[in-house]
Design a protein around this ligand. Structure first.
Ligand SMILES: [Zn+2]
Ligand SMILES: [Zn+2]
Ligand SMILES: [Zn+2]
Length: 281
């Protein structure tokens, strides 16, 4: 669900400027429990490196994948709630503050079922004292004025599940507000690619990588080719992609400008043999 973090230019440039890009983790299609289990090591690692705030969104896939009878609703609420409680405990032990981002409105789930699921999660969050972003409420009421459930699905998501960038920005803002951090996501100055270069390869020629001149004055008269992304407009030491988070999985270190080079994406293609973009939590 946090796809906007690496796909929305506004948010991405905010992450880059705040040095958050290495602390983004996606688990596409994973259940709440899987997200927690797969994130433990990283959260621990981050806490050791001084990170003291974590924003987590999980539970969407549990809700999307549930069957719609009563016992199932209770079970799903129970699963999500216990994971959030455990995650909070896990974070507290490491002196990390947690903000939980609730799943948003989901097109395939009826309003009564959704209301029941969210009421259950709410009750648990209030009881355990977890800070949280009330995503469905935000999607149905906030920035566009009061909206019906159907409208919020239509206008707030691209496919009934994934948020449009505008919603993602609002969610990130309110999550940061819980930590007392304000942020402006409106203005993007230059592309993220160049933001990365400014950050990691400042004072270099963005064509040949030398420090003696800028790109405009490049006098390096041989062909250049990037060993990283294959481009013939620059060399590897000044490849912006190298520093950018992958738009499929959020990891820094293998992005070359498109999803198809992502090891997780490739593995998924092999497993499924389809071009499924999937869900994430
Ligand atoms: Zn040059
Ligand atoms: Zn390159
Ligand atoms: Zn990737």
């Amino acid at each position: 669900m946090l796809k906007f973090l690496v796909e929305d230019e506004c948010v991405q440039s905010y992450l880059i400027q705040s040095n958050y890009e290495k602390n983004v983790l996606f688990h596409r299609g994973a259940s709440a429990r899987e997200v927690f289990e797969k994130s433990k090591d990283k959260i621990h690692e981050w806490s050791v490196s001084g990170v003291d705030k974590v924003i987590a969104c999980l539970g969407t896939n549990d809700i999307v994948n549930m069957q719609y009878d009563k016992t199932d609703v209770k079970e799903v609420v129970g699963k999500i709630s216990s994971v959030v409680t455990e995650l909070k405990e896990f974070c507290s032990q490491r002196h990390v503050n947690l903000v939980y981002v609730m799943p948003g409105v989901i097109g395939s789930v009826s309003l009564p079922i959704m209301t029941e699921v969210y009421a259950g999660i709410h009750a648990c969050l209030e009881e355990s004292g977890v800070m949280y972003v009330d995503t469905p409420r935000l999607m149905m009421s906030s920035y566009l004025g009061s909206m019906s459930f159907e409208d919020s699905v239509r206008q707030g998501t691209t496919d009934g599940i994934h948020w449009v960038f505008r919603v993602g920005q609002q969610i990130l803002k309110s999550a940061l507000e819980k930590f007392g951090i304000g942020c402006i996501l409106e203005n993007v100055q230059g592309s993220c690619y160049f933001l990365m270069l400014k950050k990691y390869a400042a004072n270099r020629c963005y064509r040949c990588g030398k420090t003696s001149h800028g790109r405009k004055d490049c006098n390096y008269n041989r062909r250049v080719r990037c060993e990283w992304c294959g481009s013939e407009t620059h060399v590897q030491s000044v490849c912006g992609f190298k520093f950018m988070p992958c738009t499929h999985c959020g990891e820094v270190g293998h992005y070359m400008g498109h999803n198809t080079q992502c090891p997780y994406w490739r593995r998924r293609q092999c497993e499924r043999g389809t071009d499924d973009d999937g869900n994430m939590s």
